[in-house]
Write a protein that binds this ligand. Structure first.
Ligand code: SAH
Length: 261
């Protein structure tokens, strides 16, 4: 058998190359094989890599393939968008490892490299909405029951977290975002700022700043990150003419007034 290879889990960031870390660029340059969801692999320039693109829903088999390739001596980069630990491939890899289906997998040197997650890029675009306590949920009920999603939303609203929603809507899950907004509307101020950040950093980026009362779920798609303010999140006039609207959205660092600090 050939010498063991290696397996590095990387995230490309949400958008352009400048949001890809130098560490990840080095891993990609040194890899022999890229494994990941096809559209993510398409973002990596053609080179001598072998590419193993796959469909969106087959994370576990993708992780197994990556481990098999590493066992056979390849230097594998397992690729996610954003950060690989946020609703992405790193957990799928550890699930495969934990299953222990092939004892050889346990010998593979594994590393996880961080990336810029979509919520961080979306927040930076509009200001600083995540500047105080926040929580993060995936609205997908493919991997957990909808009851669990609703319970977490209710408790997050009660705790007055800023809420970041990943996977808000898709063709197969058309109603979940509307239902989530209804739940939040029943508990929060209708004037709460809401940000719908679509395709952040991409050529078709589109950012909508609205309120909980006015938010239209049809504005979102599967490439949208939704941010819902806390009671403290507020708007500030914005100047600068960079086409991103006329307000900043931010959550102050403190509940106490500046004079009290
Ligand atoms: N690992 C990724 C998240 C994967 S889940 C990360 O850390 O960003 C996929 C979800 O991420 C999408 O449904 C969307 O909610 C969000 N997302 C990914 N890229 C995005 C982008 N460029 N703009 C806005 N949201 C994005």
């Amino acid at each position: 058998m050939s010498a063991l290879g290696s397996l590095t889990v990387v995230g490309l960031g949400p958008g352009p190359d400048r949001w890809l870390t130098p560490e990840v660029a080095d891993v990609l340059a040194g890899a022999t094989d890229l494994v990941g969801y096809g559209p993510y692999l398409d973002r990596i320039p053609q080179s001598f890599h072998r590419r193993h693109g796959s469909d969106n829903r087959v994370e576990l088999s993708r992780a197994r393939l990556a481990l098999d390739l590493a066992v056979s001596g390849r230097k594998v980069a397992l690729v996610s968008g954003g950060d690989p630990g946020v609703f992405a491939m790193a957990s799928a890899l550890f699930e495969a490892l934990e299953s222990g289906d092939d004892p050889a997998w346990a010998e593979v040197p594994v590393r996880v490299c961080p990336g810029v997650s979509a919520m961080l890029a979306a927040a930076a675009r509009v200001g600083a909405p995540l500047g105080h306590d926040f929580c993060v949920l995936s609205l997908s009920d493919n991997l957990k029951p909808w009851d669990v999603v609703l319970k977490r939303l209710r408790l997050a609203a009660e705790a007055d977290f800023v809420i970041a929603l990943y996977n808000p809507i898709s063709k197969a899950r058309p109603w979940q975002l509307g239902a989530a907004l209804d739940t939040l509307r029943s508990m929060k101020d209708p004037a709460t700022p809401v940000v719908l950040a679509r395709a952040v950093g991409r050529h078709d980026e589109d950012i909508t700043i609205t309120t909980l009362a006015a938010c239209d779920p049809a504005t979102a798609d599967m490439r949208t990150l939704v941010l819902i303010g806390s009671s403290q999140t507020r708007l500030l006039p914005r100047k600068g003419g960079d086409n991103l609207g006329d307000v900043w959205v931010y959550t102050p660092r403190s509940y106490y007034s500046a004079e009290g600090l």
